[in-house]
Design a protein around this ligand. Structure first.
Ligand SMILES: [Zn+2]
Ligand SMILES: [Zn+2]
Length: 427
């Protein structure tokens, strides 16, 4: 703002009006509270690292998170938050009620670990997610007198089995708490210090597509036709740089560039399941699409492809039977609310600058996160938080056998997302 110079009185007036209206919505208004957040986070950092080390040492599988949940509940109760336990499994919810009217804004951390060759390990970083959320609760509790409304910290079990969020919803989550907005983050292979998201899909929509033929006389020919038809849906050329995952972070074609190659695509996994039971022959393929319209178009394209084949044409003519098409794997997919995502990225960027990235591309990964089921009820955003330090060989690729996290991500996460929640409460 220092570089703005205004020559005449009239322009000075316009300038100050412009600055004033900017200040109305700016996080700079809350500069002091964001400084306090960073000071408090720094003060409790070593305590948070100890919490993470403890969780890391005692990883628990989906559905078996007793010890983890008890530790979380004890820490939240110690802070003075209201604690709600065991909605849909070993969940813990900590409510920070300021006692003043206002919005209710929720944050989710997942708490389970995964089975690995060496037993059970936190190779998806959920120990880090849990620690960050506990840190946010502590930092924001220390600033309670300056806040309005309610903050809800949700510790969700069984994310890895894609069942925990739905179980919480089925067993009364929305009656226990009624957040207006809901946010979450996951460790990603980006460098530590970066946080990123995008409106809409963050991951490709992933489905199992089943083609069912009844009373076929030449099953091998129909299997070949089905495979070829499903394969033909793929829109990415075999020699495309798309297939090199290193390009996901490429500055010119990667996820962060408006002209990214990771948009408007359909990809098909190179595996098929065939089942021939009774009269029915079922051929299943696995398809990812970067947006809903493309996923919807698959149905029509497959039908046409099959109808146009000589094999099916003669078959349908003879048997007067059409091909059936079903989708049996329809997992919820992360779908970020457009306006809230835009505002969230902006408000964090105003406080923390260049570490905040807006993404344009959709990650071609079928893994996703069952936070998607919460998003079907409550609008909000799911962020990716960088955890790698490539110079030290630390690569935070979830589920990789050598998954590792630079623990400084705890400090970045607590700062970024505490500031986010303060901004979302709308001070
Ligand atoms: Zn995972
Ligand atoms: Zn995970």
């Amino acid at each position: 703002m220092k570089s703005i110079t205004c020559g005449t009185t009239q322009i000075i007036l316009l300038c100050s009006l412009a600055l004033f209206s900017f200040r109305q919505v700016s996080a700079a208004d809350n500069a002091l509270i964001h400084q306090q957040i960073q000071q408090k986070t720094a003060a409790i950092y070593s305590e948070l690292v100890a919490v993470r080390n403890d969780l890391h040492q005692y990883p628990e599988l989906s559905g078996e998170e007793q010890r983890t949940a008890s530790k979380i509940a004890a820490l939240l109760a110690e802070l003075g938050l209201d604690v709600i336990r065991d909605i849909g499994g070993h969940s813990v919810i900590g409510v920070l009620d300021t006692g003043k009217p206002g919005k209710s804004v929720a944050w989710r951390a997942d708490i389970d670990a995964i089975p690995t060759q060496d037993g059970v390990e936190h190779n998806c970083g959920h120990d880090i997610h849990t620690t960050i959320a506990l840190g946010m609760a502590e930092v924001l509790h220390s600033l309670k007198s300056q806040l309005t409304g309610k903050l809800v910290f949700v510790f969700q079990p069984a994310e890895e089995t894609y069942t925990g969020a739905r179980a919480m919803l089925d067993e009364g989550f929305l009656t226990a708490v009624q957040p207006d907005e809901f946010y979450a983050a996951h460790i990603s292979p980006m460098p530590v210090g970066l946080v990123a998201s995008k409106a809409g899909y963050l991951y490709a929509d992933y489905r199992q597509v089943n083609l069912v033929f009844t009373n076929v006389t030449e099953p091998q020919a129909f299997i070949a036709l089905a495979k070829q038809s499903i394969r033909s849906l793929q829109s990415v050329a075999e020699d495309s740089p798309f297939w090199n995952t290193a390009n996901l972070m490429d500055p010119t074609i990667g996820l962060g560039h408006p002209n990214t190659i990771y948009q408007n695509y359909v990809v098909v996994e190179n595996r098929f399941d065939v089942e021939h039971a009774g009269d029915a022959l079922t051929v299943s393929g696995y398809v990812s699409a970067s947006n809903n319209a493309l996923m919807q178009s698959i149905n029509q394209r497959l039908r046409q492809k099959i109808a146009n084949s000589e094999l099916a044409a003669s078959f349908v003519q003879v048997n007067n039977q059409a091909t059936q098409l079903t989708y049996s794997l329809q997992r919820g997919n992360i779908n970020n609310a457009a306006q809230l995502t835009e505002q969230s990225l902006q408000s964090m960027a105003k406080v923390y600058g260049g570490g905040v990235l807006k993404l344009y591309g959709v990650i071609p990964d079928g893994r996703g996160d069952d936070f998607a089921y919460f998003q079907q009820h409550i609008p909000g955003t799911y962020f990716l938080l960088g955890g790698s330090d490539f110079s030290k060989g630390i690569v935070a690729m979830p589920h990789a056998p050598n998954f590792a996290v630079d623990e400084r991500v705890i400090e970045y996460g607590v700062n970024y997302f505490s500031s986010l929640l303060v901004e979302r409460l709308g001070l």
